[in-house]
Design a protein. Structure first.
Length: 37
């Protein structure tokens, strides 16, 4: 589970992932957190 948070952080730095992650993390933060868990 901890690895997921670290991976998310690394992906955030990537440009390609930033676009997808930003949309998922910034748009629906609660849904993303629940889905990840």
């Amino acid at each position: 589970m901890k690895l997921t948070q670290i991976q998310k952080f690394l992906l955030k730095f990537q440009p390609s992932d930033l676009a997808g992650l930003s949309n998922r993390v910034i748009a629906p933060p609660r849904k993303s957190a629940v889905k990840k868990v």
